[in-house]
Ligand binder design. Structure first.
Ligand code: CA
Length: 236
């Protein structure tokens, strides 16, 4: 059964492009152009993922996300037009699972959509809602580095590496955002969570440990590179 995606975007040309691209990937897609219809459709369709624009007629994306968060666990990927919206998007108030800043490429969008859906699928399997007779091992492969999401195991050159749970989560987070610059703050919020007391140096320390495990030369990293003044980027 194809996964269901609800697209909420009021700009007709972008909505059309999104629907076209997602359908081409085999997803079942429904699209609406305002906040109220978004709530209605989400309740009826029970989608696996909602791609949600912020500036919408009737009710904005913030409000829509706030309401739906209380009703369902569906992943929400928000589309922002301005950088100053990002804090609210990833913040407690809205709690989007991920975001994309406009303009973005369809390739970028598809990578995020797949990452979110994979996450949802794994979560469901863990909760046992899906009775799968034969466990399928989902993996992410980056050359000689393989992340086995089912076993939560990482192998380098086919040999399992000793990886602590936090390092694993960090690596997975980066892998799911391949090619995207991730600020320390965003990583901290997403991997360590809101209750965490600490600062962004925690991220640096863990990155250092991780590099020692996945880089050929930890002093000259090519997988997890430092972005000057910003954060880090996973190159694969
Ligand atoms: Ca809009």
């Amino acid at each position: 059964m194809p996964e269901k995606i609800l697209v909420v975007e009021d700009e007709p040309s972008l909505q059309e492009t999104l629907v076209y691209s997602l359908k081409k990937e085999g997803y079942e897609v429904e699209a609406v152009g305002d906040g109220r219809s978004a709530l209605e459709s989400a309740r009826k369709l029970k989608p696996d993922l909602i791609v949600l624009d912020i500036m919408l007629p009737e009710m904005d994306g913030f409000e829509v996300a706030r309401i739906l968060r209380k009703e369902m666990t569906t992943a929400i990927l928000m589309l922002t037009a301005r950088d100053d919206e990002i804090d609210r998007v990833v913040g407690l108030e809205v709690g989007a699972d991920d975001y994309l800043t406009k303009p973005f490429s369809m390739r970028e969008l598809m990578a995020r959509v797949k990452a979110q859906l994979r996450r949802t699928r794994l979560l469901r399997e863990e909760m046992g809602q899906n009775k799968i007779s034969e466990p399928k091992h989902e993996t992410l492969k980056f050359d000689n580095l393989i992340i086995n999401l089912t076993r939560r195991e990482v192998t380098l050159n086919d040999k399992p590496i000793q990886i602590k749970p936090k390092e694993y989560e960090l690596l997975l987070f980066f892998a799911e955002h391949k090619g995207q610059m991730l600020s320390r703050e965003f990583v901290l919020e997403r991997v360590w969570g809101w209750g965490f007391i600490g600062d962004s140096r925690t991220v640096d320390v863990h990155i250092r440990w991780l590099r020692q495990k996945v880089e050929k030369d930890a002093a000259n990293p090519v997988r997890i590179v430092t972005v000057r003044g910003g954060g880090y980027r996973f190159e694969g």
